[in-house]
Design a protein around this ligand. Structure first.
Ligand SMILES: *Cc1c(COP(=O)(O)O)cnc(C)c1O
Length: 219
């Protein structure tokens, strides 16, 4: 099956999941996760009309996106992987949205770089809904204070919350928790759901889903 075909399958599955919970399909965006795939694998997806992409490593993204961005205007690039503060400058220069703000140090580095480069990015706060020790993210109990720090003290545009549920658990309760935290804190958008569970995430209110292998094939 071609990548164009897989992309349209994902889009129709998203529309069906939206219809099943009486949501407008246009209110849910698709972040096509292109990590590990090369520019020549990404080009057909851009040609098929996809404009929002996600990458999980700054250095890998730097190797392929500048050329793709030069070829096509209106692309939107999301960082969905962990960020070290010594990479903040490069991340701010390349990405439009950073979905993995997960600690004060990185929030401060991003605020400083964004100001220095005069690039107002949009941000999501990553929440460790499963309190997994090896996983990045703010603990649910600390989300409220962290949203306030980012918005009020650092003037970051906190657009949404993002989570990656534990692999071995039913994701539903994690999506529900993320939605509750967003509502409590006046945060509008929810980045949740991947190839295996994006329909479930839409049922719990996802406003964007991050789908890799269902579009590009297995990594
Ligand atoms: C790789 C990745 C995805 C996409 O995963 P698939 O299962 O391939 O759809 C989504 N979110 C994050 C944070 C990822 O690292």
């Amino acid at each position: 099956m071609s990548v164009e075909h897989r992309l349209s399958e994902v889009r129709s599955r998203m529309a069906k999941a939206a219809a099943e919970c009486n949501r407008e399909p246009e209110s849910i965006s698709l972040v096509a996760v292109s990590k590990t795939f090369a520019a020549e694998d990404i080009r057909p997806v851009i040609a098929a009309g996809q404009r929002i992409f996600g990458e999980n490593r700054v250095q890998e993204a730097q190797g392929k996106w500048p050329v793709l961005q030069a070829e096509t205007t209106g692309l939107e690039l999301h960082l969905i992987g962990p960020l070290q503060s010594n990479k903040a400058a490069e991340a701010v220069a390349l990405f439009d949205v950073i979905e993995t703000v997960d600690r004060e140090k990185i929030a401060r580095a991003l605020a400083e770089e964004s100001k220095r480069q005069k690039r107002p990015l949009r941000y999501y706060i990553q929440v460790n809904t499963g309190l997994e020790p090896q996983k990045a993210g703010i603990a649910p109990d600390d989300v409220s204070a962290f949203v306030r720090l980012c918005r009020d003290d650092l003037a970051l545009t906190v657009e949404g919350l993002m989570c990656i549920p534990p692999v071995d658990e039913n994701p539903g309760p994690h999506f529900a928790l993320l939605a509750k935290l967003a509502a409590e804190n006046g945060v509008e958008r929810l980045s949740m759901g991947m190839s295996g569970d994006f329909e479930t995430a839409i049922g719990f209110g996802a406003t964007s889903v991050r789908v890799g292998s269902a579009i590009f094939g297995s990594r």
